[in-house]
Design a protein around this ligand. Structure first.
Ligand code: ATP
Length: 138
């Protein structure tokens, strides 16, 4: 008979901390080629993530976290995400994210000769992802 677990373990790890660790009912992430929903007993999987909010369901309650890209592995009923930065919605400093957004937009607008376009675009995506995480959590 197929193994029908009711929850799946989610672990989100950054170089500084284990940002989240717990049993969840469902995980929704944005992989490079689109949204990916992961239910308990999901088949093994490896994916690269976009800089975007992650949502998970815990007993009918939705929890949102910001995830700064990175990698996801599903194995043995565990979703492991390794990323450079991640924050729970209520850990996000919205003023800091708004300022980071303005800085990145100004850099991209001014187009200085020494502008690192990719770096500025990534900073803008991180700021937009944090702002979105806070907005969808209100
Ligand atoms: P900033 O320019 O404001 O530092 P950033 O996008 O360059 O933003 P990151 O390199 O993604 O920042 O993150 C560096 C560290 O700061 C990480 O530990 C991350 O969790 C934290 N961090 C960044 N922005 C915020 C924020 N708005 N609220 C809370 N923590 C943040």
């Amino acid at each position: 008979m197929a193994d029908t677990k009711k929850t799946i373990r989610l672990e989100i790890i950054t170089p500084d901390a284990s940002v989240f660790r717990g049993e969840v009912d469902f995980v929704l992430v944005r992989a490079l080629d689109g949204d990916l929903g992961i239910m308990p007993s999901h088949a093994p999987l490896l994916a690269s993530l976009q800089i975007w909010p992650l949502s998970c369901m815990i007993e009918n309650h939705k929890k949102n976290l910001f995830v700064s890209g990175g990698f996801l592995e599903v194995n043995s009923n565990t979703v492991t995400i390794v990323t450079l930065a991640a924050e729970l919605a209520d850990q996000i400093d919205i003023k800091r994210a708004e300022e980071a957004k303005k800085r990145a937009e100004n850099r991209l607008y001014r187009q200085a000769a020494d502008l690192d376009v990719e770096r500025a675009q990534l900073a803008l995506h991180r700021a937009l992802g944090r702002i979105k995480t806070v907005r969808i959590s209100k």
